[in-house]
Design a protein around this ligand. Structure first.
Ligand code: C2O
Ligand code: CU
Ligand code: CU
Length: 740
């Protein structure tokens, strides 16, 4: 039996009719539970359909009602997933109006289960009755929730009569008119495109002759999601851009160098064109000081350095020091804290380091182009305390990235406006420190501390090492209150995590990105595994052996103590709200009708770009990503919040599930630091100071924002194309003695 046919049969057996297109967006409103209230556009409320499933009765118990609430699972990361990238939910089932079980047959109790569309595997959630609910962890991409009458509370297999059933929002993804629409679009490609004034755009054919960047090169198809060939005819409605230089005139970039700087030292930093060879292509890219990534800067906490920056690019730029609470005038944001540095121009930054940890620098001008082409580097800020982290045999600093490469070279960027305005520019080659393959050799039992930074335009990674134990120690601006064992690290653009990993088994351990991708055409999930690198583990034992210290999870009491004075604000009312959403103009054909189809399902995190030939054609001219202050109705740069130095503000972010195109957003705040107090009402029990928070689709997070640093600071989405599409605001922090 074919896969869809088998699924249809399973659905019928469960008494579940496949969803009808058009019925999908309606939130399934449940009774009784607050998380099951209709959350459409209500700040502070998680979206109903992603967080609540209404259970429907069968003929066996027509008066019964029930809900399955999908509660947030606390995690050190932006969202809880398995090592394979399946989202984990705490599913809580409650029911009312169930008949006496014995009335239905030889039964004594009701049991709630969660299972996949093919009914295997099954998770037993537990006994439900009018008094008590059942709950358990569920990590299926698509799932059913079932309540059955059973002979005993101890049964491990579902055998009795079904009384209630429901399905996850992801089940509503169905193969239906999407393929037909695309086929039609492809067949009528030229005329349809011409009618919309886009596809046949004057900026030329794919593969026309000429210098790079003078013609579009279409992104290659996703290897596992094929599209009608004719879709490759569509082009973004902007001119293509790539840095134009004859590669023969450029020097090969070299791997980054370590620069150790002491208090008051000066670093000369130059952004310029470089030649790179990646996967057999010779590419013209950008680099700081001719290196990839930029120089790795080691400094001590409490010091400051001078950076004499020169722009040798073919466009204006500036350097932003991400996560660092420095003087506002050196924050490197063109038109906010400085004028852009023109080609040939220079600017001197003074960067001070109040906090230990891993930080990074990148341009804040056309990030979608400049950062993607290689302008990024790390700063490792050392605490004076030798035991700041646990003992490790070595430290490795890794920048995770992706690059969009076609047979003929890089897929060009949009010259006047960014392309990839909806999903962001997903690359198809994953990079560690600018290379497609990372390698490390260690001895058996070595503890390696990895400092991870995600510098991709839009991709959220879910990375792990095979056959090695890992614990998470720190994130953006501090250590956690206590270390935790983790299966994988979910890291959104601009976030940092510090993990300790112990390689106990000789052989090789693979650094992998394991995710669940979606074939939107046929409505199913499929796993993707990319190997980012290899760690070779020798037989020879590591000396010293840090095994004993590694096996203990350390509590960082100084972190808790530092947070203590802020606890009195934890229950304070929310002072500021932001709703994250999108406004769509006239999208190029066939993207318009596609995006507006009610049946599109938005996963809490979109891990992969599975429709590259669709994704690239929307530009920031047609798409506006929005931060909206519901208190004033103002959006983006009009929001104009004002705070005073010393303020501690509770800020709530709600990622609107019902936006025309919903997606996760890594929201970053410059110059200050914040705590993530709760997500979807579930308190965070292991706090850490952050500068970037990942907001999955439909999620609401409450942040405690500490304002200590005066000036004009940005708050924005760190998906480069969302930033280009307007998803930013500037707030002002005035000195304590000034009026508010
Ligand atoms: Cu990484 Cu506005 O910054
Ligand atoms: Cu920043
Ligand atoms: Cu965004």
């Amino acid at each position: 039996m074919s896969r869809p046919a088998r699924r249809a049969l399973v659905l019928l057996l469960c008494g579940l009719a496949p969803a009808q297109p058009g019925a999908v967006r309606a939130p399934r409103v449940g009774a009784g539970s607050p998380a099951c209230a209709d959350a459409r556009a209500v700040p502070g409320e998680p979206a109903a359909d992603l967080h609540c499933i209404t259970l429907l009765p069968t003929d066996a118990a027509p008066a019964a009602t029930g809900t399955a609430e999908l509660r947030w699972v606390p995690t050190p990361f932006g969202t809880a997933v398995t090592r394979d990238g399946e989202h984990v939910h705490r599913v809580r089932v409650t029911a009312r109006g169930l008949p006496e079980p014995s009335a239905l047959g030889p039964y004594t109790t009701y049991i709630a289960w969660a299972t996949t569309p093919v009914l295997d595997p099954v998770v037993k959630l537990g006994v439900v009755d009018d008094e008590a609910g059942a709950e358990g962890l569920v990590a299926f991409n698509k799932f059913l929730v079932l309540v059955t009458a059973e002979a005993s509370p101890d049964v491990e297999q579902r055998a009795g009569r079904l009384v209630l059933r429901g399905q996850s929002a992801s089940m509503l993804m169905q193969p239906h008119d999407l393929p037909f629409l695309l086929a039609a679009a492809a067949a009528g490609g030229d005329s349809a495109a011409a009618a919309h004034g886009h596809g046949g755009h004057a900026h030329g054919e794919a593969k026309a002759a000429g210098a790079p960047g003078e013609a579009w090169i279409a992104p290659p198809m996703h290897p596992k999601v094929s599209m009608p060939e004719a879709l490759m005819r569509f082009r973004p409605a902007v001119a293509p851009f790539l840095p134009s230089a004859d590669p023969a005139t450029l020097a090969d970039a070299i791997p980054r160098r370590l620069v150790r700087l002491r208090d008051g030292d000066t670093l000369r930093l130059e952004a310029g064109l470089v030649r790179r060879r990646i996967r057999g292509r010779t590419l013209v890219m950008y680099g700081f000081n001719g290196q990839y990534p930029g120089p790795l800067i080691h400094v001590d906490q409490g010091t400051s350095i001078v950076v004499e920056f020169t722009n040798r690019l073919d466009m204006p730029t500036a350097v932003h020091w991400h996560g660092i609470r420095l003087d506002n005038r050196y924050d490197g944001v063109p038109h906010v804290t400085q004028d852009p540095v023109p080609p040939g121009g220079s600017f001197t930054y003074v960067v001070r380091f109040p906090d230990a940890g891993i930080y990074w620098y990148h341009p804040h001008h056309r990030e979608d182009v400049q950062q993607d082409l290689g302008l990024y580097g790390n700063l490792l800020v050392r605490s004076p305390r030798p035991d700041y982290y646990g003992p490790a045999n070595r430290e490795e600093v890794l920048m995770l990235d992706d690059l969009l490469l076609a047979d003929d070279g890089l897929v060009p960027y949009g010259r006047e406006h960014a392309t990839h305005a909806l999903m962001g520019r997903f690359g198809n080659v994953l990079l560690v420190n600018g290379e497609p393959r990372y390698e490390l050799s260690v001895k058996r039992g070595e503890v390696v501390r990895f400092f991870l930074t995600n510098v991709a335009n839009t991709r959220t990674f879910n990375v792990s090492f095979t056959g090695a134990r890992m614990k998470v120690v720190a994130s953006d601006v501090s250590r956690f209150e206590h270390e935790e064992w983790v299966e994988s690290v979910v890291i959104a653009p601009a976030e940092r995590y510090v993990v300790d990993v112990r390689f106990e088994t000789p052989g090789t351990s693979a650094l992998e990105n394991r995710i669940q991708s979606i074939n939107h055409l046929f409505g199913y999930f499929f796993p993707e595994v990319d190997t980012l690198g290899i760690v070779r583990v020798a037989e020879e034992p590591a000396v010293p052996d840090h095994g004993a210290a590694f096996s203990r999870l350390r509590a960082y009491r100084e972190v808790s103590a530092e947070i203590e004075p802020y606890r009195r604000y934890f229950d304070a009312p929310v002072e500021k709200d932001l709703v994250l959403t999108v406004e769509l103009g006239e999208l190029p054909f066939p993207m318009g009708p596609l995006v507006r189809m009610d049946s599109l399902y938005f996963n809490p995190v979109e891990w992969s770009g599975t429709m590259p030939e669709m994704n690239w054609i929307a530009t920031t001219r047609e798409v506006k990503w929005v931060l909206r202050d519901p208190a004033t109705g103002r959006e983006n740069m009009d929001i104009a919040w004002r705070f005073r130095v010393g303020d501690v503000v509770k800020l709530r972010l709600t990622n609107n599930r019902y936006a025309a195109h919903a997606m996760q957003h890594p929201i970053h705040i410059h110059g200050q630091r914040f705590l993530i107090l709760s997500v979807n009402g579930v308190p965070n029990e292991n706090l850490v100071w952050k500068d970037t928070v990942l907001l999955p689709v439909g999620a609401t997070a409450e942040l405690l924002l500490e304002l200590t640093n005066p000036g004009r600071w940005m708050l924005h989405c760190h998906v480069a194309e969302h930033l280009e599409a307007g998803m930013m605001t500037v707030f002002e922090v005035v000195p304590d003695d000034a009026g508010r």
